[in-house]
Design a protein around this ligand. Structure first.
Ligand code: WT7
Length: 644
């Protein structure tokens, strides 16, 4: 039995949803999903109201449609509809990498910036349905670019600024973007990131791109290609400050976001307009118990889905004040997060366990010397939060006063699916607790048989919710294959979970070949193909292993081609190679030279064994008799890298 943290009286007093309401709404959302979602679909502004609510099948060809005959414009929902009431309210607080730089942008100002860029993009020939690749640092222009794209009915695809030119090129090619919006350089922790130079490199292999728009962030020297590249500032200065939003169908694509799968190249997860916005805004309001006037800060990057749903779309649809942070938690000091909380009087703070763990290592003093009196609620996302980090976050950061919402969801789900609601859910450290309205989690065993009651198994979702992804860009077959064939008729999350006697969910981590490094998803197959692309590598196998700060680290077994020497230098070279091929987030933490890999007689690598060795759990390797050459295992155990 783990400790239970009751709902604080202070929280209960003002919370939007109390325990009774949660259960009433939840029951209704399951018994009458059409009625429930018809009602909550009205929380956004429709140009033409929907009459159909839901048309979903998880079988056969799989289709997912919500509010399909309604029309709207997502950017108008995030901007125009707030102007009368809150034109002068701050929409975005921007906090620069350097603590001396910050800005407040009102809804009116943001609206004008978005209109100008929408006009500028239209002048460049970008039309509804076209793909816009955004490769920007955490600056207000990133939100402006997203909303301008939505305003003209285009489809944005944001590529995280930490990805390499090759990774960027792959994502541009997959969706045939006609335009890239980038900056001269990014700035993180005082270091410059050569974004424009990376785009130039990427575009050597991308033929679809006609225009590159460059924001001046650092003023660094960049090469501008005549006829292709233009400065953002010049374009918006020339453009008109008003723009009529384009009327879009509820099911029109809003954005694509590439994420790692268990095999092959990244998947282009497609989200559409109406259902996504209903779900992102509703979860933002109730999970974070957002009240008018609250200052809300999500520390994610807009390159990840968390930034899409909970920095930009959810908060802005709700007329919230959302803080956007360019920097990192330990620059210039390890008090930075809490200094920013005090500077801007942040009430709601949402971050990842990996950040908590790395700050925890620095002790309490850098936290305790700040006030944090404005904080009311804390959130966690991206990976399981270990109870030790949870209690530190609660006791030290929140002074024992602020509930923590541990929110479980995925790029594919568009918004939070399993989470506490602060006024409705007693907390257990390490548990994401209960499903959000309309969400029916289902536990199954390896054969797909449903497991009832307190149990442990694979986590599926029984039916759709409005924020669910609709397909994979250009590959509906892979969409079906990835999510609906393992357990036919159910959405398979790829996660394992435990459900306790109170019906609380405890996410145990991925059960597929995806690893979670500092809350970032990485396909082991992607790292493997980067490694084998190196001329000295014959074969590679990559697995995750428990890492104190990152949650999981990347452990690579590498077989060199005949005659190559395994040296420390080569080890470093391979790490740099992967950084260059994919990006720093894919850097292997440990590389083990392995003369052979454990394979079955049919040539399949037995990853189970590799995982065990990487976890330093080599005593329990299980049955190795089916291996083609059982002796390779002895060598791997002998030379294992993770001795704890
Ligand atoms: C995977 C999704 C959700 C936005 C950020 C990551 C893991 C996410 C939690 C949590 C335990 C979590 C899962 C999931 N995950 N949140 N609160 N507790 N695990 O999005 O990159 O699509 O990764 O992150 O394994 O499947 P993503």
């Amino acid at each position: 039995m783990s400790e239970v943290y009751p709902i604080p009286a202070e929280t209960a007093k003002s919370a939007l949803i109390d325990e009774k309401t949660y259960h009433e709404w939840y029951d209704r959302s399951i018994k009458d999903p059409e009625g429930f979602w018809a009602e909550h679909g009205k929380r956004i502004d429709w140009i033409k109201p929907f009459t159909k609510v839901k048309d979903v099948s998880y079988n056969g060809d799989v289709h997912i449609k919500w509010y399909e005959d309604g029309t709207l414009n997502v950017a108008a929902n995030c901007l125009d509809r707030h102007l009368a009431k809150r034109g002068d309210q701050t929409a975005i607080i921007w906090e620069g990498d350097d603590p001396s730089e910050s800005a407040h942008i009102t809804y009116r100002d943001l609206h004008e910036r978005v209109c100008r860029l929408a006009n500028a993009l239209t002048d460049l020939g970008v039309k509804a349905g076209d793909r816009i690749t955004i490769y920007l640092p955490m600056i207000p222009e990133a939100a402006v670019a997203m909303l301008a794209s939505a305003r003209i009915g285009a489809v944005h695809s944001i590529v995280f600024g930490g990805f390499s030119p090759d990774a960027l090129a792959g994502r541009i090619q997959d969706c045939d973007s006609s335009i890239v919006i980038t900056a001269d350089e990014g700035l993180r922790g005082g270091r410059k990131v050569p974004l424009k130079a990376n785009v130039d490199k990427a575009l050597e292999t991308c033929w679809s791109v006609k225009n590159v728009v460059v924001v001046k962030r650092t003023g660094g020297n960049v090469h501008m290609v005549t006829g292709r590249d233009s400065w953002y500032e010049d374009l918006v200065a020339k453009a008109a400050p008003t723009h009529t939003p384009v009327e879009m169908s509820a099911e029109a694509p809003l954005f694509l976001l590439y994420t790692s799968g268990s095999t092959g190249k990244p998947k282009g997860v497609l989200h559409t307009s109406g259902g996504y916005l209903v779900y992102a805004s509703m979860t933002h309001q109730y999970v974070f118990d957002y009240h008018d006037g609250d200052i809300y800060w999500c520390t994610a990057d807009v390159g990840w889905v968390t930034g899409h749903s909970y920095i930009v779309y959810g908060p802005l649809a709700n007329g919230a004040t959302t803080l956007m942070f360019e920097g990192i938690p330990n620059y210039p000091t390890v008090s930075r997060f809490w200094d920013v909380v005090d500077k801007h009087k942040v009430n709601i703070f949402y971050t990842a366990p990996t950040a908590i763990r790395s700050l925890m290592r620095e002790g309490e003093e850098p936290v305790k010397k700040t006030s944090r009196a404005s904080l009311r609620l804390l959130g966690s996302v991206g990976e399981p939060i270990n109870p030790e980090a949870w209690t530190w976050y609660h006791r030290v950061v929140g002074d024992g006063r602020c509930p923590i919402v541990d929110t479980w969801w995925q790029t594919e789900t568009g918004g939070i699916l399993i989470t506490p609601l602060p006024g409705a859910t007693p907390l257990k450290p390490g548990s994401a607790t209960r499903p959000f309205f309309g969400v029916v989690p289902l536990m199954v065993d390896a054969e797909g048989k449903e497991l009832l009651g307190a149990t442990e198994g694979n986590l599926c979702i029984a039916d759709s919710w409005p924020g669910q992804m609709r397909t994979l860009w250009g590959d509906h077959e892979r969409f079906k294959q990835s999510y609906f064939t393992t357990y036919p008729g159910r959405y398979f999350t790829g996660d394992g979970a435990r459900r306790d006697e109170d019906g609380y969910y405890w996410i145990t981590g991925r059960v597929d070949d995806v690893i979670n490094v500092s809350g970032h998803r990485m396909g082991t197959a992607e790292v493997e193909s980067a490694l084998v692309a190196h001329p000295k590598v014959a074969e590679a196998a990559v697995v995750g292993y428990p890492h104190e700060i990152k949650g999981q680290g990347i452990y690579a077994y590498v077989t060199l081609i005949q005659g190559e020497e395994p040296t420390e230098e080569l080890r470093k070279e391979l790490v740099n190679w992967v950084r260059k091929e994919i990006g720093p987030i894919a850097s292997p933490d440990l590389i083990q030279w392995s003369p052979g890999l454990p394979k079955t007689r049919s040539g399949k690598i037995m990853r189970r064994i590799l995982r065990k060795i990487a976890e330093n759990d080599y005593g329990a390797l299980g049955d190795t008799s089916t291996l083609a050459d059982p002796t390779v295992v002895d060598d791997l155990v002998e030379n294992r890298m993770n001795r704890v």
